[in-house]
Design a protein around this ligand. Structure first.
Ligand code: ADP
Ligand code: MG
Length: 884
């Protein structure tokens, strides 16, 4: 017998679990040992050795190693060993950087790993999917991925999409009853849910019968798992740039070598110098440092509660020009409280805050009780047509489930109604709420076996389905006049930023069809609920900051237009003449027509997730870079189509998370702003160290080139060049990657995603600073050499020191797009430490006698230092005044 052929209680027996209790923690532990974790095994990552060796695969590094070997064979032991050591150290640094980046990416993966809702020891809890074990009771709802293979024990209109397994993309309706037929294929086992498939509608509960590789998916998984590292656009641009720079550097070094040989320098000397110069000048490590900077930025984002799923999103974030955000839960707290009721043509006011059950009902300032006609039944129906639970923890009430439903429970409790736990009322059928239908219905059977349908939902959806309404004396036909009154009530509630829900019912007989198409009509309208959902307090200022950053915020909601507009006004999101578009208007508009008005539109109300795609497209056609949020299954296409798809960490479904490139751990709009800010900062930091590294390289090449042109001796020896490349360049560049943003990052326009690496003056800055660094180094060398022509080592030490100092000063210039004087140099403590340690190492190399022969250095006096300091600060100070 297979699982699908067994009755639920047989399954329970076999797995030693009951559906309403779940496993005990002892059982869980024992089963985890027995079956392992619920993961599809992936291929092993590349070994550490390979990563280490990769650091040396670069062509020029190999040439350098070969050249060093030759030097060693020729008896230049000291040089050879020194170069070897430097190359090795360089390799280690690269290795550790890569490891670090890898680790942080792994952590990211863990953070965004799917969760499962399981019942253990009678408590529902969210755990990581990989910790699910055989026998666990799991709850799944639309948008979830089924965490393991399960035998379904309860289905509320649950449908799953199993194309990953069966190739069939039509959803399959799931049931709980056993099937007798032998040897059914997966697609016919409609009382089973399979790991990795998608719940597209409804919800259900199941018992886990298979985990990890021991699932249907596990059996075919080996075909599907591929771990390919995605390259971000920036990394690609850099790789392309790198190729060009290699050619330039090689040509220039060749020139240096040729000139040198022509000037009578020994070929061998020039060759080693040339190769060292090439190794130093080629920014082969740049893409790696960029990756490190990106992943460090990603860590900072995690601290701000934003999880990046695709590294490329970090760059795109900085380009965002429109944020389309859900209102409910993202801009608001998603904590609903019923404040008003409309019943019998009158308005009741409800006191109390949040989910606290203390509160009273007032009519014209007089307290009312249950005796008010229809009130008790309205509140009762609100509790029956409901999916939430009201719980208490440490004296505080909280809602388990949909907050909208929760608010209705609280409203009923304030009138003293207790929830029924299905004793008196039996649930026959449920048609779940979704944002498209904007309503939810249940069929209930009471103790007298009378059945009735209760529907609640958006008033403008319910009213057209209503034929009657209730007033104090009973059921009446719903006339135009009554509809007008109701509309007025809706408007008045919406004008106070209240979210409105209508509730209605109708009696049905036992033989009536349960087909939803016939059910939800000819209802009796009972009343309206008006509930408040306060905006999150950080949102208003976040919207303002975005505006200053040239980013428009757009609100998207399923709520009533007026509710939406009022909240948008309160948040200062919409200007006086800003447009609000409704779902039905979007339906009537072509994409072109929408484009014509979209720049003036700030709020989309009464929309369904389908409309989001059109909104994204229209903004994109207008040249915008669009960030779009979403949580439900149907949001996935729009999230995918947007430039930055954002999903919700708490309320989001697996599908939207998978489609998104950013997850908000706290579902909060303000987190999007922080992520954008961080995205901009990361990109600016990358620009900073590219600028620093390339300017240094330009300086190094030019000083050698000029010296050869002027028929001077070599101003720098190979070890010195390599040392500069490793010590002086490396640490400060990393520290730049950790720099704080300039004050005005959120005052600038969004970056154009098409802009090149050297855009906005970066190329000019690199060349101009690099040129001056080269010149001052040359001057230091010439002055020293002219005064002591017999002491070449002294001249070289002067050049070496000036070059290092010029770079260590210049690094502060790189922190600003404006002038070096516009920022406090001590702000970035990492940079200060990096510069100090580079300085210390420089002093060690100059003054520690044993190292002097290795680095071809000698003592410098106070007067030498004065000259060095004046010269080396010139490139930075001069440009500090030009501000360009
Ligand atoms: P949003 O999430 O953008 O606020 P929804 O699609 O959730 O929009 O809700 C749209 C409308 O559907 C609400 O204004 C309300 O009238 C109705 N509604 C929301 N939640 C429920 C629910 N659980 N049951 C019945 N109706 C609901
Ligand atoms: Mg909602």
């Amino acid at each position: 017998m297979r699982w699908y052929q067994l009755d639920v209680d047989r399954v329970e027996q076999k797995l030693h679990v009951t559906t309403n209790r779940g496993l005990t923690s002892k059982q869980v532990e024992q089963r985890r040992k027995q079956y392992g974790s619920n993961e599809l095994s992936e291929q092993k990552g590349i070994s550490k050795w390979l990563i280490f060796l990769k650091q040396f695969q670069d062509f020029m590094v190999l040439v350098l190693l070969a050249a060093t070997l030759i030097a060693g064979l020729l008896g230049e032991y000291i040089d050879a060993i020194a170069i070897m050591v430097i190359v090795l150290v360089n390799g280690f640094i690269g290795f550790f950087q890569e490891q670090k980046a890898e680790k942080s990416m792994e952590k990211l993966k863990e953070l965004s790993a799917p969760m499962a809702n399981v019942l253990r020891e009678e408590k529902w809890m969210k755990i990581s999917s990989k910790d699910v074990v055989v026998g666990d009771i799991v709850k799944i709802t639309s948008g979830d991925r089924v965490p393991a293979d399960i035998r379904i024990v309860k289905s509320s209109g649950m449908e799953t999409e199993e194309s990953a397994l069966t190739g069939e993309s039509l959803p399959v309706m799931k049931h709980a009853t056993a099937i007798v037929t032998d040897s059914l294929d997966a697609q016919d086992q409609i009382n089973m849910g399979f790991k990795g498939t998608l719940v597209t509608r409804g919800s259900g509960i199941g018992i886990v019968v298979g985990t990890g590789m021991n699932t249907v998916m596990g059996q075919i998984a080996t075909l599907m798992i591929s771990t390919k590292k995605a390259i971000t656009p920036l990394e690609r641009k850099l790789a392309e740039l790198g190729k060009i720079l290699i050619v330039v550097a090689l040509v220039l070094t060749a020139l240096v070598v040729t000139l040198g040989v022509m000037q009578g320098h020994p070929v061998y000397n020039m060759f080693l110098a040339g190769v060292s110069l090439a190794v130093a000048a080629i920014p082969e490590g740049l893409p790696a440092i960029v990756t490190v900077a990106l992943s460090l930025g990603v860590q900072r984002m995690i601290r701000k509660k934003a999880i990046v799923r695709k590294l490329s999103a970090v760059e795109t974030l900085g380009c965002a020009s429109v944020i389309c955000s859900d209102k409910t839960g993202t801009m608001t707290e998603n904590q609903m409280t019923v404040k008003e009721l409309y019943i019998n043509g009158e308005n009741l006011y409800v006191t109390g805050d949040g989910y606290d059950i203390r509160g009273d009902y007032f009519l014209n300032k007089h307290k009312v009780d249950k005796s008010l006609p229809n009130l008790e039944s309205m509140l009762l129906y609100g509790m029956l047509c409901n999916n939430a639970n009201l719980n208490i923890k440490k004296g505080k009430y909280y809602i388990d489930g949909d907050p909208t439903d929760g608010a209705l429970l609280v409203a009923a409790r304030k009138m003293g109604l207790q929830s029924m736990n299905g004793e008196k009322y039996k649930l026959i059928k449920e048609i779940p709420f979704d944002s498209e239908r904007k309503r939810m219905s249940v069929i209930i059977e009471d103790e007298n076996e009378m059945r009735y349908l209760i529907t609640k939902g958006a008033p403008d959806v319910l009213l057209p389905r209503s034929m009657y309404h209730l007033d104090k004396s009973g059921r009446k036909l719903l006339k135009e006049k009554d509809k007008k009154n109701i509309d007025q009530a809706i408007n008045s509630m919406a004008g106070k930023a209240l979210r409105t829900i209508a509730i209605g019912m109708k009696p049905i007989s036992k033989n009536d069809s349960l087909d939803s198409a016939f059910l939800e009509k000819d209802l009796t309208f009972i009343g309206l609920y008006g509930m408040i959902d306060p905006p999150r307090k950080e949102v208003k200022s976040a919207i303002e900051e975005c505006r200053q950053a040239g980013i428009k915020t757009v609100m998207i909601t399923g709520d009533h237009v007026k509710t939406a507009r009022t909240i948008a006004k309160n948040l200062n999101l919409i200007p006086e003449n800003g447009l609000v578009l409704e779902g039905y208007q979007l339906n009537q508009m072509s994409l072109n027509e929408l484009e014509d008005v979209i720049e003036d539109t700030y709020v989309f109300a009464r929309v369904t997730p389908e409309h989001k795609l059109k909104i994204v497209k229209a903004f994109q056609e207008k040249g915008h870079i669009v960030a779009m949020t979403g949580d439900g299954v149907n949001d996935a296409p729009a999230i995918k189509a947007s430039d930055i798809g954002i999903s919700m960490g708490i309320s989001g479904t697996d599908v939207t998370k998978e489609a998104s490139s950013l997850i908000l751990m706290d579902d909060n709009f303000a987190t999007i702003k922080s992520a954008i800010q961080e995205g901009r900062n990361i990109f600016e930091n990358i620009r900073k160290f590219i600028r620093y590294l390339l300017a240094s390289n330009v300086g190094e090449i030019l000083v050698m080139l000029f010296a050869m042109l002027l028929a001077l001796p070599l101003p720098l020896v190979p070890v010195q060049i390599l040392w500069v490349n490793l010590v002086t360049d490396g640490l400060p560049a990393m520290a730049l990657g950790l720099d704080k943003p300039e004050d005005d990052v959120m005052k600038r326009r969004p970056r154009n995603p098409k802009e090149g690496i050297f855009a906005r003056g970066l190329g000019y800055k690199i060349v101009s600073r690099g040129f001056l660094i080269g010149i001052v180094t040359l001057i230091a060398f010439m002055v020293a050499y002219q005064n002591n022509p017999e002491n070449l080592v002294f001249g070289q030490t002067m050049a070496f020191t000036t070059l290092v100092m010029a770079q260590l000063i210049h690094v502060f210039d790189c922190r600003s797009e404006n002038s070096v004087f516009s920022r406090n140099p001590f702000e970035n403590i990492y940079l200060v430490l990096a510069v100090l340690s580079s300085l210390l190492l420089l002093l060690v190399v100059i003054y520690w006698e044993p190292l002097q022969p290795i680095f071809h250095t000698t003592f410098l006096g106070l007067r030498d230092w004065m000259l060095i300091l004046v010269l080396s600060s010139l490139p930075t100070v001069l440009f500090g005044f030009t501000k360009k």
